[in-house]
Design a protein. Structure first.
Lengths: 188, 468
């Protein structure tokens, strides 16, 4: 696993639910079809209402209209990120758009589990309320081994919580890879 | 001696082959039933084939249940294609339990079933699972839907999972779970006629917030819960996820056993109950006499207020449906208020399942079989001006633009559904108030949010509806 990830942040508020991350009207695309899968990137965060998209004036799109990829590497959220539906399309959409890390104060458990077991995104937990310190577009630098997120504009270093029990699954790249590595299921 | 345990701890221990487990431990467990539907099934099947091979077989074709329910009444061709993916997989794997929307053939908007008793289609998975005998005390159910927690009303462990988890279980019959600590919510006293299970769960979520039960079990306890039918207990456990809960459970009693004995596809189950010395991470007790009819205001299920306080809020639409509020008891409660009156705003009614729809045609508003000259629940609702659609998830989660009842404009809607985050029922600027079927029906009559105490004077009997 890569230990340093750098890039721009996209900032959201609290209780970002999976209907905001990927609205239900787009769930008819089949994520197992490589052509259709791209559309989850196009519509990632399409459900975040005006006034809240990328805070603080709330008009910044995560993915430019008509495009499939985002310029942001990090999604920074507040409390209870990914609540609501169990749709795995949510972490998949963020990852398909090109982001790699979510940093939130804490997660709704199914979203967190989908990030980890599907190996889509690295779900980090902050010890501080980062959405009050980081603005959309700011460059950030994640050091996974040190467990820190550095906010480049201010130089502030924010401590992240340890990954805990799920670290072996994250390091393996998902639950299938973990189960193969531990001999629980046969190799491909 | 095993440590004193809760129901959830006992179920997880039994399925992990352990004498006991404690909250916080990670355990690998055997899964009894895996359920999926048309929205998450195609992705799950894709991952299953990618990981286990094109010729892979599911771990047990009698333990996989597939229930298309989300995007049925739509002309979206991708939705029809997704149903075909399920059909092909069922055939290829020889799955025993599949409930096909047989009227979805070819292109365009499908014509709904003509007779709800003469279709293989069932409707919303969380309602169809108990009806078709797939729920039993003591079992572990995983489903690719966050409201899978509904099944905990039957004294089992049930939780929602994503496609990857479901694909893993499809191939292995197993999953890993962190043992959750249990929160105990007790409701005491006699059930007032103006309250429903929906008011109780809105009270709980309003108190602990939409993340108050994250990673935890929600245990609903007390004589208030014992008084409820299984249908209404399902309203409580259904919304455990709206507080972030991993699962929700109710005690197993004679009502549970009567329902399961009549329906179960398997002859045996293991009833588990909390040990007297079981530990809870949180306990709270309510006196039912002091609770008022509640709503959750936009845009969060924990934005609790009383219906009375919201009496000046004008509504554009009322919606009665979903796995939370589209059961036969919900329909009877709404019909009792609407009987002989006309709605003032557009009111959409969507039965949770084809069995609910059949019961709406078969029963009177007291929940008893129709006698000559009586009107059915469906007729009473239609006579009051309600528009009645086919059983489905429908507008509860918005869905494709041509979905029945979808909020395609920034309207204010009062709804018996479970979630009111921005855009949940369609338009991002629409405002959704969650409420009981009594409050929704009363509000439909006035065009404003209305406390049902103005309309309910005596207990609403639901008779034989949904009892077995």
């Amino acid at each position: 696993m890569q230990t340093r990830i750098q890039g721009k942040a996209y900032v959201l508020g609290d209780d970002i639910d999976t209907d905001q991350i990927i609205p239900a009207e787009y769930l008819s695309y089949n994520p197992s079809d490589s052509e259709e899968r791209k559309y989850f990137g196009m519509y990632a965060m399409a459900g975040v209402p005006r006034g809240q998209s990328g805070l603080p004036d709330g008009t910044l799109r995560f993915v430019p209209e008509g495009e499939f990829k985002t310029e942001y590497t990090f999604v920074i959220g507040g409390r209870n990120f990914g609540c609501g539906s169990s749709r795995e399309h949510a972490p998949l959409a963020i990852a398909e758009a090109g982001a790699r890390v979510v940093v939130a104060e804490f997660y709704a458990r199914i979203f967190f589990r989908n990030c980890v077991n599907g190996g889509y995104l690295l779900p980090c937990e902050s010890t501080e309320r980062l959405i009050e310190h980081i603005q959309t577009g700011d460059e950030c630098d994640l050091d996974i081994e040190a467990g820190t997120l550095t906010h480049q504009p201010s130089g502030r270093v924010f401590k992240l919580k340890p990954l805990g029990d799920v670290q072996p699954i994250i390091e393996a790249g998902g639950v299938f890879e973990y189960a193969r590595g531990s001999g629980m299921i046969a190799g491909k | 001696m095993p440590r004193p345990m809760t129901m959830t701890e006992k179920i997880l221990a039994a399925h992990a082959g352990r004498e006991d487990v404690a909250p916080g431990e990670n355990v690998w467990v055997d899964v009894d039933i895996l359920m999926t539907h048309d929205v998450c099934g195609p992705g799950t099947i894709g991952i299953f084939k990618e990981q286990f091979g094109a010729d892979a077989r599911v771990w047990d074709p009698d333990r996989v249940v597939i229930i298309p329910d989300h995007y049925i009444f739509t002309s979206d061709t991708k939705c029809h294609r997704n149903i075909q993916i399920l059909r092909d997989f069922v055939k290829e794997q020889g799955l025993k339990y599949y409930y096909d929307p047989d009227f979805v053939q070819g292109e365009g908007m499908p014509s709904p079933y003509a007779d709800p008793t003469r279709t293989s289609y069932k409707g919303v998975c969380h309602k169809a699972l108990p009806e078709e005998g797939h729920l039993r005390p003591g079992e572990i159910l995983l489903g690719t839907d966050s409201h899978t927690c509904t099944a905990g009303a039957f004294g089992q462990f049930a939780t929602g999972v994503g496609n990857t988890d479901a694909a893993f279980t499809l191939g292995t019959g197993r999953t890993w779970l962190k043992v959750p600590p249990t929160m105990k919510f007790s409701f005491h006293g006699e059930f007032p006629p103006y309250l429903t299970a929906k008011d109780l769960i809105l009270a709980v979520i309003g108190q602990i917030s939409v993340s108050g039960a994250t990673y935890k079990t929600m245990y609903f306890h007390g004589e208030g819960i014992a008084a409820l039918t299984l249908e209404d207990r399902m309203t409580l456990t259904n919304m455990a996820i709206e507080a972030g809960g991993k699962n929700g459970v109710c005690d197993v009693d004679d009502k549970t056993l009567a329902y399961v004995r009549r329906r179960s596809t398997r002859p045996e189950w293991a009833v588990q109950q909390d040990d007297p010395a079981a530990e809870y991470c949180y306990e709270f007790e309510w006196d039912l006499a002091k609770l008022e009819p509640l709503v959750a205001k936009p845009h969060s299920p924990d934005n609790r207020d009383t219906a009375h306080n919201c009496r000046r809020v004008k509504i554009d639409r009322a919606y009665i449906g979903s796995c939370t509020g589209g059961k036969i008891t919900d329909m009877i409660m709404a019909a009792r208020i609407l009987d002989g009156n006309m709605v003032k705003v557009q009111t959409y009614v969507v039965p949770g399942s084809t069995e609910v729809h059949a019961d709406m045609k078969r029963l009177n508003i007291y929940g008893e079989p129709l006698q000559p000259g009586e009107r059915s629940v469906e007729q009473v609702l239609a006579d009051a001006g309600c528009m009645i659609g086919g059983a489905s998830c429908a507008a509860c989660l918005g869905g494709p633009h041509d979905t029945f009842g979808r909020l395609n404009e920034p309207l204010t809607c009062i709804s018996t559904t479970n979630r009111n985050f921005p855009g949940r029922m369609g338009h991002k600027e629409a405002g959704v108030y969650l409420a009981s079927p009594l409050t929704v029906a009363a509000s439909a009559l006035t065009g404003k949010i209305t406390d049902p105490r103005d309309y309910v004077r005596e207990p609403i009997l639901t008779g034989s509806a949904g009892v077995v």
